[in-house]
Design a protein around this ligand. Structure first.
Ligand code: SF4
Ligand code: SF4
Length: 70
């Protein structure tokens, strides 16, 4: 079980989909032009989404704080 998972700042997110593309475990889905954290418990804390987001909209937080969830 993941200890940390992503939190997306929807004020910054453009919905580009890169986080969904680079995540090896399917944590994200793009809907209504934003990234949503649909499977936070699947995060393996690889940080690929954090380093690839062009808007620096993602940080890893505690599992409880992760989101936004759909
Ligand atoms: S990579 Fe960043 S800007 Fe692009 S959809 Fe994901 S969170 Fe949004
Ligand atoms: S840290 Fe890695 S496993 Fe976790 S959501 Fe980001 S890309 Fe996916």
């Amino acid at each position: 079980m993941a200890k940390r998972a992503p939190k997306v700042d929807h004020e910054l997110c453009t919905g580009c989909g890169l986080c969904q593309s680079v995540c090896p475990t399917g944590v994200f889905e793009i809907k209504d032009g934003k990234a949503w954290v649909v499977k936070p418990e699947e995060c393996i804390e690889c940080e690929s989404c954090v380093t690839n987001c062009p808007m620096q909209a993602i940080k890893l937080v505690s599992l409880e704080e992760a989101g936004p969830k759909p």
